[in-house]
Structures are given as C-alpha cells and as structure tokens.
Design a protein. Structure first.
Length: 108
C-alpha cells in the first residue's frame, strides 16, 4: 500500500489532475520548433484527410449494400476493399504524430 501511494504521489506531482493530463499530451517532439500556424495547417490537412477517408468508407458501405441487394459479388468485394482500405488509412492518419515520433526515436 505504501509503495502504491508513493507511485501515485510521484505521478501526480503537485497533486493536481492537470499534471497527469499534461504528461500524456503530445509535445510534438521533433516538430516542436514549428510555429503555431504550421501546427494549425497540419491539423487542418489531417482533419481534411480524415473526413475524406470517412466519406470513402461510407461510399464503400454503399457499394456493399448495393452489391448485396443485386447479388453482385464483384460490387460487394469492391465495397469491402474500399471500406477496409479507408479505415486503415484513417488509422494511419490519426496516428501520424505517434508514427513520426517512433521513427525519429529509432533514428537516434
């Protein structure tokens, strides 16, 4: 019990939840030198890519639905491929900052 309390106190720092939350927020590691405008632009581009990929996944779901209704296996397969690739791309874009940090860490 004593060790657990010491770990909690060590992790909490000053005892506020802000120190815990701020400790897990990204600090842009390598890209910390880029300005605020550049971060906003990168965020907007990533948000646009995410919206495009979500739209592509919806179109793929429509292909699946139409293919099933028409008993067209080619259309269904096209929709499945589109949904899978869109969700994979969505995951990659959403975790881009983490991927850059890991690659940079391996480079050091």
């Amino acid at each position: 019990m004593q060790v657990t309390q010491q770990v909690v106190e060590l992790a909490a720092g000053d005892g506020g939840i802000g120190s815990l939350v701020n400790g897990i927020s990204p600090d842009w590691n390598v890209f910390g030198a880029v300005g605020t405008k550049a971060r906003i632009i990168v965020g907007v581009v990533m948000a646009g890519a995410i919206l495009f990929l979500l739209g592509s996944a919806v179109v793929g779901a429509v292909h699946i639905r139409v293919g099933n209704q028409q008993h067209n296996t080619m259309e269904t397969k096209k929709g499945q491929t589109q949904v899978a690739s869109s969700l994979l791309g969505l995951f990659a874009v959403a975790s881009m900052a983490t991927l850059f940090t890991i690659v940079y860490g391996f480079g050091i």
